[in-house]
Ligand binder design. Structure first.
Ligand code: AMP
Length: 304
């Protein structure tokens, strides 16, 4: 049975003496990307807790926060199917009883990409993640590679603040078309969904090039951005090749990196990336995994 709780104290009571605890933080409006983290957690730990909280602190645009999709009943049902034991959906007053004057700032790693284009975003993310780690005390926590810089920031935050938690990064889940799943996709109409494919198409072309031995940033960034630059209605914001560890730009792939892009499709801002890992001394591109059928975000509209 999946339990819905709304306070940190209730999470700790529900998890006490029941073995290892895995945490999957989300902002809700769940899709298969979130569910893949929950499924992974289910394999790893005894008790799976998933938080559903739209964190105002990490929204740099008030309008983005306003239109962020929400549906807790739907989220609880989906989390239950994925084997989540406890859904933690705190009201604003539980998370921020008072304006938090204590904030977590992760420097250096946040000077590029999302950190540069969304002022204050990572301070909001780091603060809420630190609160979740402190209040729930999970043994492991699951984050998607979809938000590659966020994953790096959370890893560093856990290390720097000595949270006894193992941070696990999970592959990007994509529509069969290649579009990376995002709760924000819900706001794309059919035409914008087609346009949005420019992001993943550019990244997959760059992935092909990397596998063919192209390792310099300049040609890879050009390839990654080309479809978005050509597409009407798509406004690219950046393409960056960055070290997975430091999130600083690199000129050439000589260590694990992320090739990340951000673009506006109409009034929806989308991000996507591929990770390049070092496995047994070889570079391996992680393109993510594709769904065989349309995502539950779109199933009711038919087709992806
Ligand atoms: P969000 O609800 O957007 O804050 O995302 C919650 C978690 O789900 C974060 O760790 C995200 O990186 C992860 N996530 C979101 N979309 C995807 C996706 N398409 N594939 C894998 N993980 C994802």
């Amino acid at each position: 049975m999946t339990e819905l709780v709304t306070s940190f104290a209730a999470v700790r009571t529900a998890t006490a003496h029941r073995g290892t605890v895995g945490l999957v933080p989300t902002m809700g409006y769940l899709h298969e990307g979130h569910l893949s983290l929950m499924t992974r957690a289910r394999r790893d730990v005894d008790i799976v807790v998933s938080s559903v909280f739209v964190n105002p602190l990490q929204f740099n645009e008030a309008s983005d926060l306003e239109v962020y999709p929400r549906n807790l009943d739907r989220d609880v049902a989906l989390a239950a199917e994925a084997g989540v034991d406890i859904v933690f959906a705190p009201p604003l007053e539980e998370m921020y009883a008072q304006e938090p004057v204590t904030r977590v700032v992760v420097s250096a790693l946040t000077e590029t990409m999302e950190g540069l284009h969304r002022p204050g975003h990572f301070e909001g993310v780091a603060t809420v993640v630190a609160k979740l780690f402190a209040g729930i005390q999970p043994d492991s926590a699951y984050f998607g590679r979809k938000d590659g810089q966020q994953l790096a920031v959370v890893r560093r935050l856990a290390a720097d603040l000595s949270f006894p938690v193992t941070v696990v990064g999970c592959p990007i889940v994509r529509e069969s078309s290649g579009l990376a799943l995002s709760s924000r996709n819900h706001r794309l109409d059919e035409q914008d969904r087609q346009r949005a494919l420019a992001l993943s198409q550019g990244l997959m072309a760059a992935a092909d090039d990397i596998e063919a031995g192209v390792l310099d940033a300049a040609p890879l960034l050009k390839t990654a951005l080309a479809p978005a630059e050509r597409m009407d209605g798509v406004e690219p914001e950046y393409a960056v090749l960055a070290s997975q560890q430091s999130m600083q730009s690199v000129e050439r792939i000589v260590e694990p990196v992320v090739l990340a892009v951000a673009a506006w499709v109409g009034d929806v801002r989308l991000i996507d990336n591929i990770h390049v890992d070092m496995v047994d001394g070889h570079l391996v591109v992680d393109r993510g995994v594709k769904l065989a059928r349309p995502s539950i975000l779109f199933a009711h509209r038919g087709g992806a």
